[in-house]
Design a protein around this ligand. Structure first.
Ligand code: SF4
Ligand code: SF4
Length: 504
């Protein structure tokens, strides 16, 4: 298949060999599960259980709210210990609404779980409804509710479904292992999604550093649907960025700040396709995912099928614990992942990796002044000028940085990776984006406050006007009454005189 060249990108040390050969294993049931109610982009799910209630595996714990949301299900059977708050799987470590479940050890599925014999007999809406009810979100880390994406045909003219099997972040091998071990199930999910989207072109892009996965998927595709093309991709970070993957495979550029759907293409992850297969064929909701546990500080790196809500510490223990104090504990990959505040936090739908990096694997050096070498410009896959954006942000000119394309930055970290001055460019960009978002919200609030104030003034004015008019009306009525009474009084003596004359 013809591939198209994209600009920029880097070749970070992969370190995938740590876990790439480790088959997916299932750790024992943890003692407790802490299941956050928001593991997705959109509105927080609303609790559907109470403390002390017994639940079976797959039972609904919290229902999705509104158009963009996702329900949460019991990852195993057990008893609800609490509906409260617990530290989030987030750098802030703030507590978030969470349901705590004590497994009963039986791991018993709910009787209500039921699959569909022939998912291809369902229409698009019915497939999307089942995906929605199963709580499936983008498992590549984006966590956007998948059902919303499956309904895109209502709004866009779609032709192509791309499966993003590039997994370009160093260390991560969870998608690689899933493609090696479950190629038929993944491709079944791909075909179901393609049926829902109404597309006929199916492409699975896989970086060429995963030869076993490419071989397994190629064999499965030949036996499943000849329309599915398996495309080996050059290993180059950030190939996993949706827009860059689409450009590599099709040569088509997604409009700035637009969606790939704008050019008729929808992108999903192999793990999402696997989850769709499980939901449609067997009725299983999303209660677990594959996570790569790796890094130089992990005694026994591996790929684990993890129940959602399992604590980081439980995974570390299962992998033989830490060989040294990690310098960085990260959720996701080292380029775009988020630091974790502690080992107490639970794994969630978007957690594809848990990395404990040793000192020798991290490059913590004091930043030096920019020498204007332009390495960051060459590395940027979005065609931006990182050194200029950072310089403007440093002096507080955020609007100028926006003018230079700040909002097109995908935060991939390629610029910081090549910077010889170790300037924390991504931190600058993340700070500025956050600040701009805060300002945007403040401006929106200001506009809303002004609108409400104007409405109030108009209401008060109308009230005053109505009062004035009522008072004038009352005055007019009183004057008219007075006049009528005066006229009646004036007419009385004349009538009396007239009556006297008549009597005499
Ligand atoms: S790579 Fe670093 S030192 Fe070189 S121009 Fe960019 S910011 Fe400056
Ligand atoms: S983090 Fe942003 S500016 Fe830096 S290389 Fe990636 S897209 Fe370009």
């Amino acid at each position: 298949m013809k591939l198209f060249k994209i600009r920029g990108g880097v070749h970070p040390e992969g370190r995938k060999e740590l876990a790439a050969k480790q088959s997916i294993e299932t750790p024992p049931l943890p003692h407790l599960l802490h299941i956050p109610l928001q593991q997705h982009i959109g509105a927080t799910a609303s609790p559907a259980v109470r403390r002390g209630q017994r639940v079976a595996k797959g039972d609904l714990l919290a229902a999705g709210q509104g158009t963009i949301s996702a329900p949460v299900h019991a990852p195993t059977s057990g008893r609800i210990m609490g509906v409260g708050s617990y530290p989030a799987h987030h750098a802030s470590g703030l507590s978030v609404p969470t349901i705590t479940l004590q497994p009963d050890g039986e791991d018993r599925w709910s009787d209500r779980i039921q699959g569909v014999e022939d998912p291809f007999s369902l229409d698009a809406e019915a497939i999307a409804a089942r995906v929605d009810a199963a709580g499936i979100v983008g498992l590549g880390g984006a966590t956007f509710p998948s059902a919303v994406k499956l309904n895109l045909r209502r709004k866009f003219r779609l032709q192509t479904l791309v499966i993003n099997g590039s997994e370009c972040e160093p260390y991560l091998t969870c998608d690689d292992r899933l493609m090696c071990e479950q190629p038929d199930a993944i491709l079944d999910g791909v075909r179901i999604m393609a049926h829902a989207l109404g597309v006929t072109q199916l492409i699975v892009g896989i970086e060429d550093n995963k030869p076993e996965a490419i071989a397994a998927m190629t064999v499965a595709a030949a036996g499943s649907d000849p329309a599915i093309r398996i495309a080996p991709l050059p290993s180059r970070y950030p190939m996993g960025s949706e827009k860059h993957l689409v450009q590599t495979l099709t040569g088509r550029e997604t409009p700035a700040r637009g969606l790939t759907a704008d050019i008729g293409i929808v992108v999903h992850n192999p793990a999402t396709a696997f989850a769709v297969h499980q939901a449609l064929r067997y009725g299983y909701p999303l209660v677990s995912r594959v996570v790569t546990v790796s890094g130089g500080a992990i005694a026994r790196p591996g790929n684990l099928r993890v129940l959602l809500g399992t604590r980081v510490q439980d995974l570390l223990d299962h992998c033989g614990g830490l060989t040294e104090e990690p310098v960085r504990l990260i959720s996701g990959g080292p380029m775009m992942g988020q630091p974790l505040p502690s080992t107490r936090v639970p794994m969630v739908k978007g957690s594809n990796g848990l990395l404990a990096l040793s000192a020798s694997e991290t490059r913590r050096r004091a930043p030096m002044p920019c020498i204007r070498c332009a390495s960051c410009v060459q590395a940027c896959p979005c065609g931006l000028v990182p050194l200029e954006m950072a310089a403007q942000i440093r002096v507080g000119n955020l609007e100028t940085a926006v003018g230079l394309g700040l909002m097109d930055c995908i935060g991939c970290g390629s610029c910081a990776y090549v910077c010889p001055g170790h300037i924390p460019l991504v931190q600058f960009f993340n700070y500025a984006k956050g600040e701009m978002a805060t300002r945007g919200r403040a401006k929106q609030k200001q506009t809303e406050t002004k609108r409400l104030a104007e409405q109030r003034t108009a209401r008060l004015e109308a009230l005053k006007r109505a009062k004035r008019e009522a008072m004038a009306r009352r005055k007019r009525e009183a004057a008219a009454k007075q006049k009528a009474e005066a006229a009646a009084l004036a007419a009385k003596p004349a009538r009396e005189a007239e009556q006297t004359l008549t009597e005499t």
